[in-house]
Ligand binder design. Structure first.
Ligand code: BTN
Length: 258
C-alpha cells in the first residue's frame, strides 16, 4: 500500500462514514476485511485511487486503473448473514441513484441480479460482498466492495461493460464526486432498509430490473438453468419460471440475458 491520496479531490461524505483514503492498494476489500477483523467501526470506508489486485465475484479479477471508483465499506448489521446479503441490493440502489444524480438526462440505469448496475444496458458497476459470522448467529461484519467504471471500462470483460464517461458524463464527474454521491444515497437506502425491511428495497430494485419477464439463463455452481425471470422474492432470491411449469428460486448464480 502506498501513502494517502493527495487532498486535491476529496469526497464530501456524511459523518456516518470514517474515510480511509489510499492512493494504491492490492484490494480495498482485503484492506477493509483486515480492518474489520481488527475491530473497525461500522461505516469505515476504504477508498483507493487504484488497485493492483482488484477482485470480482466468483473468483474473477476486477481491472482497477486510476480514474474509476474502488471502495469497500465495513458494515456491522445486527442481523443474520442471510439478511445481511440484502445490503447488496441496498448498495445497488445507492449506486443507481448516485449515477442518476450526476449523469446526463436520458441515461438508463438498470439492475441486474444479483447486484450489478448497468448503464444503457452495459455493466458500469459491480458489488462484492464478503462477510464473517457464525451460521445461526448475527453477522459479525460485512465488507461491501464497490467498483464503478467512471473514466474507463474493460474491453474484454465477461459481460459487456461501459463507463460513465463513455455514456456522456462530463469530466467533473470524478471518482471522488461519485463517492460523495454514493455515500449520501446509500445512507438513504440503508436507513429505509433498517426502518422498513427489504420490501421497499425489493420494489425499488424491481422497478428498474434488467430482463424482468424475459427469458434468461442462470449459471449455478453445477448446472445451468433457463426460464423466465419472474420476480425477486422477499429475501432477495431470483424467481425463475421453468419452461415445463413450476418455479425455481436461485440464491447464488450468474445471470445471462440474451
Ligand atoms: C463484480 O464481480 O461484479 C464485483 C466487483 C467488485 C469490485 C470492487 S472494486 C473495490 C472492491 N475491492 C475489490 O477487490 N473488489 C471490490
Amino acid at each position: 500500500m502506498n501513502g494517502p491520496t493527495p487532498d486535491g479531490d476529496l469526497p464530501r461524505l456524511p459523518p456516518a462514514y470514517r474515510l480511509v483514503a489510499l492512493d494504491s492498494v492490492g484490494s480495498t476489500n482485503d484492506e477493509a476485511r483486515r480492518l474489520a477483523a481488527e475491530g473497525a467501526e461500522d461505516g469505515t470506508l476504504v477508498w483507493a485511487r487504484e488497485q493492483s489486485g482488484g477482485r470480482g465475484r466468483r473468483g474473477r479479477g476486477w481491472a482497477s486503473p486510476r480514474g474509476n471508483l474502488y471502495l469497500s465499506l465495513v458494515l456491522r448489521p445486527q442481523c443474520s448473514l442471510a439478511e445481511a446479503a440484502q445490503l447488496g441490493f441496498v448498495a445497488a440502489l445507492g449506486v443507481g441513484d448516485a449515477i442518476g444524480s450526476v449523469a446526463p438526462p436520458l441515461i438508463e440505469v438498470t439492475y441486474k441480479w444479483p447486484n450489478d448496475v448497468l448503464v444503457n444496458g452495459r455493466k458500469a458497476a459491480g458489488i462484492l460482498l464478503e462477510s464473517q459470522g457464525t451460521a445461526g448467529a448475527d453477522c459479525d461484519w460485512l465488507v461491501l466492495g464497490l467498483g464503478v467504471n467512471v473514466a474507463s471500462y474493460p474491453e474484454d470483460a465477461e459481460f459487456p461493460a461501459t463507463s460513465l464517461r463513455f455514456e456522456g458524463c462530463p469530466a467533473e464527474v470524478t471518482e471522488a464526486a461519485l463517492l460523495g454521491a454514493f455515500g449520501k444515497h446509500f445512507l438513504t437506502w440503508v436507513n429505509r432498509w433498517l426502518e422498513e425491511g427489504f420490501a421497499p428495497i425489493r420494489r425499488g430494485w424491481l422497478n428498474h430490473a434488467q430482463g424482468l419477464g424475459e427469458e434468461i439463463r442462470v449459471r449455478l455452481a453445477r448446472e445451468e438453468l433457463s426460464g423466465t425471470f419472474k420476480d425477486l422474492d422477499e429475501s432477495g432470491a431470483l424467481v425463475l419460471g421453468r419452461d415445463g411449469g413450476g418455479e425455481r428460486r436461485v440464491t447464488a448464480g450468474e445471470v445471462y440475458i440474451p
